[in-house]
Design a protein around this ligand. Structure first.
Ligand SMILES: Nc1ncnc2c1ncn2[C@@H]1O[C@H](COP(=O)(O)OP(=O)(O)O)[C@@H](O)[C@H]1O
Ligand SMILES: [Mg+2]
Length: 597
């Protein structure tokens, strides 16, 4: 999921642009926390300085305070003792405050980012959602945010402190005894090589681990969502074998990363210990010959030893840093997407439309697709019920999406009451034009709430009237808690047909001037559809309607029939006219009548 798609390979300039985009996002996210950020920088510097002062104070105590005490002067010991306590306390307090401040910032950043991603996915047009698969959106909201959380929670603050510790320790050592610093610098070469080796290998291993985990999840989700097909076609053994294979690959990938860590860490510890030994040998020789104070040697050894622990942590941190960078790049890409259907800057007000629809030389193609509607001129006067029929892929749903402005025409215009729909405010458009589709989506909540979506604030009487009008009232009353039944709870489960009736009730309550039904009755059985016919009549009365339907029974009551072929209207007339004209509609109609006997 977080693994790079092979199709995502970028050129040098493109990846520079991507990096710039993520940095801008990062800066944007951090801007509100500038003061806290500055404060925590001061805290971490204090904490590290306090820590690094320790060995230097130990050196001074050994070399000055103890000899002074020997001569009866206890003042230096007292001074250094107090300084040691102060340094340790300051370091501890500052470190605690720093960790809390860093956590506050990172949690605020994550919260902000999470909400931005959600807001953005709702803001983007249908076009985006029809091309960017839901799997990808889900990984943005889950594994990408998770990778950032891991980085922020689990390491970033530590790494900042570690880098500072290394710098301060190196400088402290150089000031204290530059010869030991040279020994340490010499040891940096193998440590650096080992760390580079580790980073290179682990990059490969971690990517393999992420890919393996993504495969495992995808396979699991596919099996679960397709469980009916799996069981119907007796695929259980096959899917289980496949799952076993992916799970094994995931285990192997995990073991590989562990064994890599198992070589890196001891290697670094070995280099560290050898360096301490070398510094001790060299320093000891100098102490013996009187070139170096013993206290300085002790402090130098403490510094050398301390220098290595952070390298190890930074090496391990590298992987989560890489995943988090990749995640941030993908998130910034999502956040940079712009809606294709935009609100007009100065909308034309249209509180209550009559419902006159006009398509003026409309051409349409989906992005990167062929032309779906070559050139459509169509006028639907207010109040007319139009049935739209035609083979699958003729462009009926596309026409519906243009009229409801889920997409904009590539050229030409869609006009409602002679106003270009692109000049209407989203709220006006959605109030005047409503689409009901086959999916008839229900939100978790009660039946009442689901119907009330049509008109927020509707009274119980209005909701009930809407349900009665479309013929849904009786089955709702038969549910365990009537209108208060939760549609996702036991006993609240509704059939596909009942779901469609509920979405009709919702549309009835919304009372739009234009209603578009795209295959909205196709989940109903024939008796179910008969029942709906009456409801449908009430629903359509007094408004402009476009009904896209497979079953001609739904079409029978229409004022006008349009037959579409390859994006063109090939027949246009009243049902009776078209039957006598003996064209496509007449053939469809004859076939349908035959099927009834
Ligand atoms: N989101 C989309 N992206 C690209 N092409 C699409 C999309 N939706 C539909 N199409 C294509 O547009 C044509 C018309 O589709 P559609 O309007 O759904 O037909 P109908 O509803 O009449 O069955 C088809 O060739 C289909 O493949
Ligand atoms: Mg369709």
């Amino acid at each position: 999921m977080t693994s790079a798609d092979p199709g995502d390979r970028l050129t040098r300039t493109e990846s520079r642009a991507v990096r710039a985009r993520s940095l801008t996002l990062l800066r944007d996210l951090l801007r509100p926390h500038t003061r806290l950020l500055t404060g925590s920088a001061a805290l971490v510097v204090t904490a590290t300085a306090g820590q690094v002062a320790g060995p230097a104070l130990v050196a001074a105590t050994i070399d000055h305070a103890i000899p002074a005490l020997d001569q009866g002067n206890s003042r230096p010991l007292l001074v250094y003792g107090v300084l040691l306590v102060v340094a340790a306390t300051a370091a501890g307090l500052a470190n605690g405050a720093y960790v809390r401040a860093a956590a506050t910032i990172s949690q605020a950043v994550l919260l902000d980012l999470r909400r931005r991603v959600f807001r953005q996915t709702q803001r983007l047009s249908l076009e985006f959602h029809e091309t960017y698969t839901s799997g990808r959106i889900i990984s943005r909201q889950t594994s990408d945010l998770e990778a950032l959380r891991e980085l922020l929670d689990g390491g970033l603050t530590g790494v900042v402190a570690n880098l500072l510790t290394m710098t301060f320790t190196g400088v402290g050592l150089a000031l204290l005894d530059w010869r030991s610093a040279v020994v340490l610098a010499a040891a940096m070469a193998p440590a650096w090589l080992l760390t580079r080796w580790f980073q290179r290998r682990s990059q490969v291993f971690y990517r393999r681990q992420r890919t393996a985990s993504a495969r495992l999840i995808v396979q699991f989700v596919e099996t679960m969502t397709g469980m009916r097909a799996v069981q119907a076609f007796r695929r259980e053994a096959h899917t289980e074998r496949e799952y076993g294979r992916y799970a094994t690959a995931y285990r192997d990938a995990n073991l590989d990363t562990f064994s890599l860590n198992g070589r890196y860490q001891p290697g670094l510890v070995l280099i560290g210990n050898l360096t301490v030994a070398a510094a001790l040998a060299y320093g000891g020789w100098r102490v013996l010959h009187g070139y170096l104070a013993i206290g300085v040697l002790v402090a130098a050894l403490l510094y050398v030893k301390r220098f290595f622990a952070p390298i190890q942590q930074i090496g391990m941190f590298y992987n989560s840093f890489q995943s988090a960078t990749a995640a941030l790049e993908k998130l910034s890409g999502l956040l940079a997407e712009e809606p294709t259907v935009v609100e007009p800057a100065r909308p034309v007000p249209l509180p209550a439309a009559r419902g006159d629809l006009r398509l003026d030389q409309v051409t349409f193609r989906y992005p990167r697709g062929p032309v779906v509607l070559p050139d459509l001129d169509l006028h639907i006067p207010a109040g007319q019920t139009v049935a739209l029929v035609g083979t699958t892929g003729a462009g009926k749903s596309t026409l519906a999406k243009l009229v409801t402005r889920f997409y904009d025409a590539t050229s030409g215009a869609v006009l409602l009451d002679d106003v270009d729909v692109r000049d209407l405010a989203g709220a006006d458009l959605r109030r005047n034009v409503v689409m009901v589709t086959q999916e008839a989506y229900l939100f978790s909540g009660s039946v009442r709430e689901n119907i009330a979506l049509g008109r927020p604030g509707a009274t119980q009487a209005e909701i009930e009237a809407a349900a009665r009008a479309v013929g849904a009232h009786h089955f709702i009353l038969a549910m365990p808690e009537g209108y208060d039944t939760d549609v996702n709870k036991r006993g609240g489960r509704v059939s596909a047909g009942q779901r469609q009736l509920l979405s009709f009730a919702r549309a009835f309550l919304a009372d739009p001037a234009v209603l578009v039904l795209d295959e909205a009755t196709s989940s109903l059985d024939i008796p179910g559809e008969r029942l709906v016919q009456r409801g449908l009549k009430t629903l359509l009365a007094g408004r402009t309607a476009i009904i896209i339907a497979h079953r001609l029974s739904t079409v029978a009551g229409a004022d006008r029939v349009l037959v579409m072929e390859r994006g063109r209207v090939v027949e246009d007339g009243t049902p009776t006219e078209l039957i006598t004209a003996a064209g496509r509609y007449a053939r469809l109609h004859a076939a349908w009548q035959d099927s009834l006997v």
